[in-house]
Every structure is written in structure tokens, then in C-alpha cells.
Design a protein around this ligand. Structure first.
Ligand code: AMP
Ligand code: MG
Length: 520
């Protein structure tokens, strides 16, 4: 393993002069030097072969002890200088002050081919940003992050990646549902990878402290290294950065809506400046289509981060980032234009995205009505989103309603459906088939188009939980099976028929399947 280190972040940006590894406020610095804490008896559970090849690591090198040693945090890579980043954030709508990498340590930034990668260990021990927590991660949340980041990548959703998943050999104490039932769980470390892990919160922290100098340094650094397409200078460059971040964030959130992904904790510290899905915590996948659904029990009361609210919350977060930019440019009118752009674009792109899911081309005047009535039909009785859109691709434009009904029937979670609900569906199918006729698209072309945007396999909440239960017992085969299956989410894979199925009833209210908390 021979990595080409690039140390721009730690050489061009202000470092915390202290190396004391204890919880504290870190001012006027973008990061603190801190090393992972070596653990008792690490072992490698799984690697992503795509990430290995991205980083130029061979499968045999990944089996060597050096790999485990670097990527579980036992030994630093030669000449690397591990560090944790300083950031703040709005949590559930409230400013929370300094947060930072409390359990993530960037072990090295490298170049591989024409790409830049920051490699970061999550769960490798405390940092100055750990506050009152332990800096560790448990196996269950690490499996969820490892599997989901790679699955998102294969779905075509902008995301941070995961190279490897290791056990630390240590035990970690967690109170999963915050109800006084703390228990020991296996500790684990994920090595995640992204061009950068900078978040809205990194910029917010400086603005919150009135530190314009360092905010400027960080903004300039970001544009120079990560937004090379921005050619403007001075305040115009910052306004352009806001536009670009807005564009990328909208893109990301529309992908989430398309595949039925619910992030669960869209705090501004969990919003990547590059528009990547970041921090896989209490996320979940829609099973029954439901705009009000959230997997996060911590958010159960207000459902701020529910599925249907994600595009608006992304904008709320962007406005917080816009406020940071405004602190420097003092040009709220220009920033407002970008915010307005988001709103207009969101409306039109949402319709285009839904039309693509329906196998229809350019939205017509009927589009909004057709989509609204579909969303009403989908909640008439609980309807599995993933199965519905896949099955719909098999409904012919000339099929009778009864034929279509039998094709989509598998998507319903109930057997008995009232005549009234059935009528709602019948009306919708009539409109849908009319629209297909108007668009003059053949059944075959429509099916191919639909199957390229509607995944057949997603990491259903209970699937991850099954892999977790087995892994807890020392059997890692299911982690690899799911990883393999989710590499081709849009293809029919008969070998994985089992994973094209509705959520089983036992998983409906099970902790880990439909109920997740931030305790991980
Ligand atoms: P999250 O809700 O996972 O995005 O985390 C919010 C903040 O809490 C971030 O600053 C994390 O680094 C920090 N954090 C979460 N879990 C831990 C932990 N076990 N130890 C230290 N810091 C943590
Ligand atoms: Mg976070």
C-alpha cells in the first residue's frame, strides 16, 4: 500500500495549537491534531472492493495485517498527521455551538488517480470534540453506515463512501432507546472516504464567533480545492459558492426522494458542503409510502426530518449557510435570489423526477394532478414504494384496470381493500394510461426507463437489522450478501429474490427496523 499523501488541509488552514486530547473549545482553528486510540484486538469484517480499487489497494493487500492496522486505527500511516475537524451546527433547528469530529479522525488525505480522498475513521476514540461522549461506535451502526454508503453510491446518489468495517475488540456501553437500559455492545470502526468531509457547520462555527478572517480562509480553501469551476473572485466567488452548494444540495435531496431514503438527522453539521449524503445514523428507507415517516425516534414528536419535509429542510439548512456567507458579503438580495431559485427549481424538478419514476418524459399540464393523485392513492392503504414502482413498469398501456391491479397488488400491505380505495386506484390508472398515450411511449421503452430510476433492491431497515443480528453472533456472510446485491440495485437479480419483498410483519415495530435513535 503506497498512498500519495496530500496535506493541503493541514498545511493551508489554521491548526489548533494544542494537542491535548481532552474535551474543550477550540477557537480560531479548522482542526486539531489527534491520533486514533489503538484497541485491544481488532479484526477486519468487510471491505468494499470498489473502494479498494478507487484507492489503488489490491484485494491481497487488504488481507494483510498492515491494512487492518491502518484502517482500524492501530498504526498511523507513515508521515500522515491525523486530525479531527472543528465544526458547529444547528441541531433540530437550534444552534448547538461547537460540535466537531467527536468520534471521527481523518487519518490521511490522499490522491488516487485524478481524485482526492479524505480517509476518516469513525469510532476510533476520543478527540477534543468528543464533549461528554466516548468517541466510539458500535457494530450495529457501523454495519449500517458501511452498507448504506456503498448502496447509495451504486444507486447513483451523491454520498460519502465506506472502505472497510472492522471490529475493535472492545466493548462499548450504549443505551439504545435512552430508557435507562444501557448494555455493552461490540465496538467497531468504519473507514469512510470522501473528497472532503467539510460540512455547513465548519463555516457556521467561525461565523458564530465573529471570526471573519478564518471564515474567509476556509471559504477560499474550499473554492480553491473543491470548487475549481468557480472562476470569480472576492465576494462574487462566495456568492457563486452559495449557488453551487445550493445546486448540489438540491440534487442530492431529489435523489433521496426518488429512492425513498430518509436521512433522519438533517442537522447543519450533517450537511456536506459538497452535496454528499453524510453521517448515516438513524436513517431509514420508506417501505409504505408516507410523507410523514421518520425512522428517528428522537424526532418522533415534531417529525422535523420526515421524508416529505427533506427538500424544505435542505433549504432551511442552506439558508443557515447563506447567513454565514452574508456575514462576509453583506448582500442578502443576491443570496435571496439563490434561495428563490431553489424553490422554483425544486417544484419543477420534483415533478420531472416523479415523471421519470412513472416512465413519462417531459411533464405536461396534467403532471402535477397526476402526481398529487398518485401520492393520495399510495396512502389509501399502506403501499410499498419500491415494489409499487417496479411493478408499475409491468402494467401495459392497454391493460384493463383488473390486470394492472393484479400486477401492483403485491405492493400492498393489506389484503382487504375497500371498494372506495380501489376506485381511487382505478381513476388514477385511467389518467396514467391516458398520459402514456399522450406521450406515445412504448411499453418496452417505458419499462426500461422506469427500471433505470426505480431501484428494485434497497437496504430495507429490517435487512440491515438481520445482517446486524448475524454479525453480533459472529457470522458476517449476510453483510457481504447484501453488499453484493446492492451493487446492482436496478437489475433483476433472481439470486436475490428474497430481498425484493415487503417488510415482514415482525419488523414493523422492532427496534433497529422502524425505530432508531441517535445512540450509536
Ligand atoms: P451525529 O448526531 O452523529 O451527527 O453527532 C452529533 C455530534 O455528536 C457530532 O459532533 C459527533 O461527532 C458527536 N458524537 C456523536 N456520537 C459520539 C460519540 N460516541 N463520541 C463522541 N462524539 C460523538
Ligand atoms: Mg454528525
Amino acid at each position: 500500500m503506497d498512498f500519495k499523501l496530500s496535506q493541503e488541509f493541514i498545511t493551508e488552514l489554521p491548526a489548533d495549537p494544542s494537542t491535548a486530547n481532552m474535551p474543550r473549545q477550540v477557537e480560531q482553528a479548522c482542526f486539531s491534531f489527534v491520533s486514533p486510540t489503538p484497541t485491544s484486538n481488532p479484526s477486519l469484517i468487510h471491505t468494499s472492493s470498489e473502494m479498494l480499487s478507487e484507492l489503488g489497494i489490491s484485494e491481497s493487500e487488504a488481507m494483510e495485517s498492515a491494512f487492518l492496522s491502518y484502517f482500524s486505527g492501530q498504526t498511523p500511516y507513515p508521515n500522515s498527521k491525523p486530525y479531527a475537524m472543528a465544526y458547529g451546527g444547528h441541531q433540530f433547528g437550534h444552534w448547538a455551538g461547537q460540535l466537531g469530529d467527536g468520534r471521527a479522525i481523518n487519518i490521511m488525505d490522499i490522491r488516487s488517480g485524478d481524485k482526492k480522498w479524505s480517509l476518516q475513521l469513525k469510532g476510533a476514540g476520543p478527540t477534543p470534540y468528543s464533549r461528554t461522549a466516548d468517541g466510539l461506535a458500535v457494530l450495529r451502526s457501523s454495519i449500517r453506515e458501511h452498507l448504506c454508503s456503498e448502496a447509495m453510491y451504486h444507486l447513483g446518489v451523491p454520498t460519502t463512501r465506506s472502505l472497510s468495517l472492522s471490529l475493535t475488540g472492545n466493548q462499548v456501553l450504549r443505551d439504545v432507546m435512552y430508557n435507562g437500559n444501557a448494555a455493552y455492545e461490540k465496538g467497531a470502526v468504519v473507514c469512510r472516504a470522501a473528497e472532503s468531509f467539510l460540512r455547513f457547520g465548519n463555516y457556521q462555527l467561525f461565523a458564530s464567533r465573529g471570526d471573519k478572517d478564518n471564515l474567509r480562509k476556509l471559504l477560499d480553501y474550499t473554492i480553491k480545492h473543491h470548487f475549481t469551476e468557480i472562476r470569480s473572485t472576492g465576494n462574487t466567488a462566495y456568492l457563486d459558492l452559495f449557488k453551487e452548494v445550493t445546486k448540489r444540495t438540491l440534487d442530492m435531496v431529489l435523489h433521496w426522494q426518488r429512492v425513498g431514503f430518509v436521512h433522519g438527522v438533517m442537522n447543519t453539521d450533517n450537511m456536506s458542503i459538497l452535496g454528499l449524503t453524510i453521517d448515516f445514523g438513524p436513517y431509514g428507507w420508506l417501505e409504505g409510502f408516507d410523507n410523514d415517516w421518520t425512522p428517528n425516534t428522537t424526532d418522533r414528536q415534531f417529525r422535523r426530518y420526515r421524508y416529505g419535509n427533506q427538500p424544505k429542510i435542505a433549504l432551511w439548512n442552506l439558508v443557515q449557510f447563506g447567513n454565514v456567507i452574508n456575514f462576509i458579503v453583506e448582500d442578502s438580495a443576491s443570496l435571496q435570489e439563490t434561495v428563490n431559485w431553489y424553490n422554483t427549481e425544486l417544484d419543477s424538478r420534483y415533478v420531472t423526477m416523479m415523471y421519470a419514476k412513472l416512465g413519462l418524459g417531459l411533464p405536461t399540464d396534467h403532471a402535477e394532478t397526476l402526481i398529487n393523485s398518485l401520492e393520495s392513492a399510495l396512502v389509501e392503504v399502506e403501499t410499498d414504494m419500491t415494489i409499487f414502482f417496479r411493478q408499475l413498469a409491468d402494467c401495459s398501456v392497454d391493460a384493463s384496470f383488473e390486470e394492472c391491479w393484479s400486477v401492483i397488488h403485491d405492493a400492498f400491505y393489506v389484503d382487504q381493500i375497500s371498494t372506495q380505495s380501489k376506485q381511487v386506484w382505478q381513476d388514477w390508472f385511467k389518467d396514467y394510461q391516458n398520459e402514456i398515450r399522450l406521450q406515445q411511449v412504448t411499453d418496452e421503452d417505458r419499462k426500461a426507463a422506469m427500471n433505470s430510476v426505480n431501484p428494485k433492491y434497497v437496504l430495507r431497515n429490517y435487512m440491515a437489522q438481520l445482517a446486524i443480528d448475524k454479525a453480533d453472533a459472529g457470522d458476517y456472510a449476510l453483510i457481504d450478501e447484501l453488499h453484493q446485491c446492492l451493487k446492482r440495485p436496478y437489475d433483476d437479480q433472481p439470486a436475490y429474490d428474497q430481498w425484493y419483498a415487503k417488510r415482514p410483519e415482525w419488523a414493523r415495530h422492532k427496534v433497529g427496523c422502524s425505530m432508531l435513535s441517535c445512540s450509536s
